[in-house]
Design a protein around this ligand. Structure first.
Ligand SMILES: [Zn+2]
Length: 458
């Protein structure tokens, strides 16, 4: 089956594809707010109908939360599972939107046409790139290259409570040769990216208590132990003077960057001055002697996310607080074991707590890093297909954040996942005035058409 007529069909159908996306964007599928339950259901129905209209065996599947959407077509060749999510973030603060977030529009901007509305980039616009590519293949050839399954979730923006149980209950139906996940972005504006490593995340909340009540710092200060001082000491001790994390055995399982990946990351010419300049900073503050891209993609971190103690209101109060707490998180890489690190961190902190103080810990989730095996030939095929569509060659990149779905495909279904997306840094996902570039939508559809074509060939 030839690719060129499929690409021509995509070009000719762009206006209709955009209209379909606008239709889906009008549905207010905010998953975290129970008031929008029916709207989530309506978005799932819309997708089932649309997939059925292009010949998928499509169904809405109940969960204890919002429904999943499944679709299957084709019965031989490489089996590909595509994942996206149809739920969206709340729209607050609504007064910062220039338009109704659920009355999406195509807008002309200085940087080209954009589709504006909640979910346009995250993730309805992205998931429709794949559906539209399938539609074009069907229209031109009557069939798709290979066996395709589609899996849409409606709880991604609210913690995915039903996801793993659903995967376990439907493991056979969901398992394919490779999973495609479209919920990420390009590197820069025009370099297509395949994420091959994701950092894990470990959260810890510590509360240090001392005196049985807040004290007057004139009457007790100097004699009584101050938990805020103890907390400050603990936090200061978490990094050494070179920016390395001091938790015992923290670096067990942290791999060195391969020469190959190091060279390809250097080719991306990441400009840390510009990256930091956008947020009012100028100097990398991570481990000394590491590339800036390593600091955000392939090195583990420890960060303080919040500190609470004493009087924090207006004015001044000479209090000696009875307790002090902090929220601390670790980004993990390689085979670092989150549970071992939690244990070692807690022991390190306990050993620093003086007489008359106590410490309590509260854990907030622990997920290991994800590392895709690029040995799977699907990676090279997808990279070549993307390089054919975009002005720059595709890059294998890291992701500093955590995208749990990729890990679930590996651990629950033993499947490699390719994270490919066409979002841009300025899409304002989760923020007011979210947008998706019309060119991202168009080239995204063409990219999937090419990827499906190349995956189907030996
Ligand atoms: Zn998303």
């Amino acid at each position: 089956m030839t690719l060129d007529p499929v690409l021509a069909q995509i070009d000719a159908d762009l206006d209709a594809a955009t209209a379909r996306l606008l239709d889906l964007l009008r549905i207010q599928s905010i998953s975290t707010d129970p008031a929008y339950k029916d709207q989530c259901d309506a978005a799932a129905d819309w997708l089932v109908d649309d997939l059925a209209s292009i010949g998928f065996d499509a169904s809405k599947r109940a969960t204890p939360g919002h429904p999943m959407v499944m679709g299957h077509t084709g019965d031989d060749g490489t089996h590909v599972l595509f994942y996206g999510h149809y739920d969206v973030q709340p729209v607050d603060p609504i007064d910062l939107w220039d338009n109704d977030p659920f009355d999406p529009q195509v807008e002309d901007t200085a940087k080209g046409k954009v589709i504006r509305g909640r979910g346009s980039s995250d993730d309805k616009g992205q998931l429709m790139t794949f559906v539209e590519a399938c539609r074009a293949w069907k229209k031109v050839h009557g069939t798709l290259p290979g066996k395709i399954s589609i899996f849409f979730e409606g709880e991604e923006e609210s913690g995915s409570p039903s996801l793993v149980p659903f995967m376990k209950d439907n493991a056979e139906e969901l398992t394919a040769d490779v999973a495609l996940i479209c919920d990420t972005g390009l590197y820069g504006d025009s370099t297509p990216a395949i994420i091959t490593q994701l950092r894990g995340l470990l959260g810890e909340e510590i509360t240090i208590t001392g005196p049985s009540l807040d004290l007057h710092s004139g009457m007790y200060g100097g004699l009584a132990m101050n938990p805020a001082r103890v907390l400050a000491k603990v936090i200061a001790a978490l990094h050494d003077e070179n920016g390395a994390v001091t938790v015992p055995d923290f670096y067990d399982g942290v791999p060195e960057l391969s020469n190959e990946l190091a060279a390809s990351w250097d080719d991306l010419r990441f400009d840390e001055k510009e990256f930091l300049g956008k947020v009012g900073l100028s100097e990398p503050a991570g481990e000394k002697g590491r590339r800036p891209l390593e600091m955000i993609w392939s090195r583990p971190t420890c960060e303080v996310n919040g500190m609470i103690s004493g009087y924090t209101g207006d004015g001044f109060k000479t209090v000696l607080p009875s307790k002090a707490s902090a929220k601390i998180s670790f980004r993990l890489v390689g085979t670092q074991d989150p549970h071992k690190i939690r244990e070692n961190f807690r022991k390190m902190v306990r050993d620093m707590i003086p007489v008359d103080c106590d410490v309590e810990f509260h854990g907030h989730g622990a997920s290991a890093a994800g590392q895709m095996s690029t040995e799977n030939p699907a990676f090279a095929k997808a990279a070549n297909a993307l390089s054919d569509e975009w002005p720059n060659a595709a890059a294998y990149v890291g992701c500093g954040g955590s995208i749990p779905i990729a890990g679930h495909f590996k651990t629950v279904l033993d499947m490699d996942a390719m994270l490919i997306g066409f979002g841009k840094d300025d899409d304002a996902i989760h923020s007011p005035n979210e947008k998706y570039d019309l060119s991202s939508f168009h080239k995204g559809i063409r990219s999937w058409a090419r990827i499906l074509h190349s995956l189907s060939k030996d």
